[in-house]
Design a protein around this ligand. Structure first.
Ligand code: 5GP
Ligand code: ZN
Length: 111
């Protein structure tokens, strides 16, 4: 997708603080963190949101879920919150599916 910020991060057209990469996934620090640690896990493939996930995306989604605790641990978190905003009415601002993984403060932020 030409005008997608996260696709541009995948293609290294805009910078990001990348913490993980494999053939299917990328994870990087949220530019506007709501907690001490705030990471975003995305598939490299452009999928708009959960409404657009199909049977063929099962494995990628599963990999994203398994990556969350691994990255949380690597970033020193003993617990974390995962959030997936879906659609404008679900608080989604960037329309390339992403899992928020955040934590680190005494009181967890909610958005
Ligand atoms: P959403 O509301 O769509 O679930 O969350 C989008 C997230 O992407 C927000 O937390 C926002 O701070 C983050 N974000 C938006 N643009 C950029 C960017 O260019 N780089 C990074 N690293 N994060 C971004
Ligand atoms: Zn995209």
């Amino acid at each position: 997708m030409d005008n997608c910020i996260f696709c541009k991060i995948v293609k290294r057209e805009i910078p990001a603080s990348i913490v993980y990469e494999d053939s299917d996934l990328l994870a990087f620090k949220d530019i506007n963190p709501i907690d001490k640690v705030h990471l975003l896990i995305i598939p490299k493939e452009h999928i708009e949101n959960l409404f657009y996930c199909k049977e063929q995306h099962k494995e990628t989604l599963s990999k994203m879920m398994f990556l969350a605790p691994k990255l949380a641990k690597e970033n020193g978190l003993e617990g974390f919150r995962t959030m997936i905003n879906t659609g404008e009415k679900g608080g989604q601002e960037v329309f390339h599916i992403h899992f928020h993984v955040y934590g680190g403060s005494e009181k967890l932020a909610k958005i």
